[in-house]
Design a protein around this ligand. Sequence first.
Ligand code: KG4
Ligand code: ZN
Length: 356
Amino acid sequence: MLVLGIETSCDETALALVADGRQVLGTQVVSSLKAHQRFGGVVPEIASRVHVEVITAELELLLSHCRVAPGQIDRIAVTRGPGLAGALSVGVAAARVLGLVWGKPVFGVNHLQAHLYAATMGTDAFTHRDPMIGLAISGGHTAIIRMEGLKSFELLGQTRDDAVGEAFDKVAKLLGLGFPGGPEIQRVSAQGNPKAFSFSVPKIKSGTPYDFSLSGIKTAVLYKVREYQKGVSGQGSGVSSLGSELTKPYTLNPEFVADMAASFQYSIVEEVAAKVLKACRNFQIRRLAVGGGVIANACLRERLQAVCAQEQVALAIPDMALCTDNGAMVAGLGEHLDAAASNACAVEPNLPVGMN
Ligand code: KG4
Ligand code: ZN
């Protein structure tokens, strides 16, 4: 089967053609990242506008690069949630129009499930029926999911406050680094000492043992920055509210920034690895699939590889090109959806895990 995948849930307008659920014939991605940079985060209206501006040209490029005619495509898969309402609407509208004009069925896809599917695309060790623990970690979501292949999804835990990627983005901003923060934190961490500062992630008293709370670690970084500034200048930062300090660009010593970034990254990686392994152990599941932008992080990839090898858990993580938002994961998952689900693609910004 040949599937066209369309992904516009956030700031990437991404399309791909995928054969048999895993052979990527071609991809196109345009990111509106630069337009958001000066705001320090994604501005929904800008993201939607860029999707509208570029999606048609991207489709034409994709079809011509792959030398595929619309008649050869069997179905269209499109992300319908979770994500930004306006941004999702552009992709879904495009998919619906193409479905009508080309006479092809259109399938709505869950963005988080597509991220997890991307993890399994490159491996034969995970069939689409196996029980596995899924970890979805992106800029907008953090979730640990117990999965029976692609069929059943039970949400075991999620973040109470910041998503993992969001924590990277906010701490990067606090350290005067660029957006998105994840790659920046990784870059400067290479020069830093991960044990220079110790950040403990608070224990969550209620809820499930698989929930995350990451805003405390961000506040701890803020206090360390404040302390450091006091030490350097001999006075306080002069800014009283946490919110305004988080948006204030600092000029900090690069060594201090590298140590802070490395220590923050280390704490987050340890926390994430401990939580997913606990889920694998408690449910006696020996397969772990990890998807979402944050799994591009080299330190996290290495740590998960090491602990999974130790515990004899098979680990599936995506190729680097399939970590952040892309059309291939949407097309790949779209291949496996029941024909009966065609044309169910209403936009749902809060689409829960388990629903396509
Ligand atoms: O999956 P994604 O592209 O978009 C969402 O669905 O949110 O994930 C984007 C997130 C951002 O927060 C970004 O900082 C993070 O993924 N990210 C990273 C790295 N590359 C991207 N976080 C840590 N280390 C990285 N190398
Ligand atoms: Zn994503």
